[in-house]
Write a protein that binds this ligand. Structure first.
Ligand SMILES: C[S@@+](CC[C@H](N)C(=O)[O-])C[C@H]1O[C@@H](n2cnc3c(N)ncnc32)[C@H](O)[C@@H]1O
Length: 220
């Protein structure tokens, strides 16, 4: 299995355990961290507008709605597609069990490096690459079929063949009884996924820029 971490066994457990990938100096506040993420996200959008597709990261309200839809209590293997600057990643980690693993797959090298550098949570694995290669990434990290796949990827701006291959990879690898959760303003993701996985349930989260639908598919 590739290594993603240095050995942190000698580091203070309270910091690593309570503050997933926050290893800032003590006077650096949560607000500073959110602002730094927002600036990095904006730079990412300006460099790759079609791939990032939003000028600001998800709001904490949306992050919480996504976490609820994922139903993480019993999940052992969770995959996040398009973690961006990591706000959604931190929210998932806070809700996951101590035994679970989260593989975050991010296309943008600046975002994936940022996630890797700031990660203090040993449950998190960061993979730079495309969600379309989900099967290869699972194999590379020696992970089982995921119980939950959650996506922030902007399906509405993806080339159709890329969107189709991401959906096929999710369908092929999700564990029986697993869930796929995707948050989107538009419904393109549903047009790709519904023929493969049936009709989703969804809820709007209005407290986000832009408002988002949180879609959820459940495997039989
Ligand atoms: C709208 S942002 C969501 C970021 C973050 N999850 C959030 O909620 O703020 C979409 C993210 O998907 C990433 N992305 C786009 N296409 C991708 C692909 N094929 N594979 C992996 N990540 C991708 C972008 O680089 C970007 O970080």
């Amino acid at each position: 299995m590739p290594t993603n971490h240095k050995d942190r066994s000698a580091e203070p457990r309270s910091i690593a355990a309570n503050h997933p990938f926050e290893h800032q100096t003590p006077n650096r506040t949560k607000q500073d961290s959110r602002l730094a993420d927002a600036m990095a996200f904006l730079r990412g959008f300006m460099a790759q507008p079609m791939s990032v597709a939003s000028v600001v990261p998800s709001s904490p309200y949306l992050e919480q709605g996504v976490v609820r839809a994922c139903d993480l209590a019993r999940a052992r293997c969770v995959i996040e597609l398009g973690p961006g600057t990591g706000g959604s990643t931190r929210a998932l980690l806070r809700a996951m069990s101590p035994q679970a693993r989260l593989l975050a797959i991010e296309l943008n090298p600046e975002f994936s490096n940022r996630l890797r550098q700031r990660n203090q949570d040993q449950r998190l694995l960061v993979q730079e690459g495309s969600a379309a290669d989900l099967g290869l990434h699972l194999e590379r990290w020696g992970l089982p079929a995921p119980d939950v796949v959650v996506s922030g990827i902007p399906f509405s701006t993806l080339p159709v063949p890329v969107a189709q291959s991401i959906v096929a990879a999710i369908k092929d690898h999700l564990a029986p009884g697993g869930r796929f959760v995707a948050y989107q303003f538009r419904a393109h993701v549903a047009s790709y996924t519904t023929p493969e996985m049936g009709e989703p349930s969804f809820e709007w989260e209005w407290r986000n820029v832009p408002p988002m639908r949180v879609f959820r598919w459940q495997q039989p």
